[in-house]
Write a protein that binds this ligand. Structure first.
Ligand code: RP5
Length: 178
């Protein structure tokens, strides 16, 4: 089964044909976490396509999707998987575009299996691995925005504004009375 999330608002930052960022996850069960990445990209107006495709359950469809994203002008991939999380490594094996990996929480080992599977890529094929779960999903998207900002002043401005707003929110927060 494939999940395809489309932003209701037309993204401002997009490639000519395909999504700027391809988000792939090993299962539809990962979507609750990975929607945090899609939400961040939507907030920045960056075009994305989210798909549930598995390295072991749908290997051919995964390969075809990566190739079609590349043809469409995708600039990086965010890949999320749980347990023996080889998806990000398999994506990285098939593209020279940056691959940002997000380890999914897992039932028995709480995502430690996913994290170690993903972060311990052998030398030569890198996967930039983020935190387990929602924070990792959001940060992978913010990292993608930062990379895209290198060639896009308007997007860089939005990222600076986002960070400034976050700073203001933290400084304005008051702790509850004892
Ligand atoms: C991985 O196995 C997926 O990325 C998911 O995190 C995990 C469990 O998948 P389901 O059994 O819920 O489909 O491939």
């Amino acid at each position: 089964m494939a999940t395809k999330a489309k932003a209701s608002v037309k993204p401002r930052f997009r490639s000519s044909k395909g999504p700027l960022v391809g988000i792939v996850m090993g299962s539809t069960s990962d979507w609750e976490v990975m929607r945090e990445a899609a939400k961040v990209l939507k907030e920045f107006g960056v075009s994305q396509e989210s798909r549930a495709l598995s390295a072991h359950r749908t290997p051919q469809a995964l390969e075809q999707w990566i190739a079609s994203c590349e043809r469409g002008g995708t600039r990086c991939f965010i890949a999320a998987a749980g347990a023996a999380a080889h998806l990000a490594g398999v994506v990285a094996a098939q593209t020279a575009l940056p691959v940002l990996g997000v380890p999914m929480p897992s039932k028995y080992l709480k995502g430690m299996d996913s994290l170690l599977s993903m972060v311990q890529m052998p030398k030569g094929i890198p996967v930039a691995t983020f935190a387990i779960g929602e924070a990792g999903a959001a940060n992978a998207a913010l990292f993608a925005v930062a990379m895209l900002s290198l060639g896009d002043k308007a997007l860089a401005k939005k990222l600076t504004a986002y960070r400034a707003k976050q700073t203001r929110t933290v400084l304005a927060a008051r702790l509850p009375e004892v």
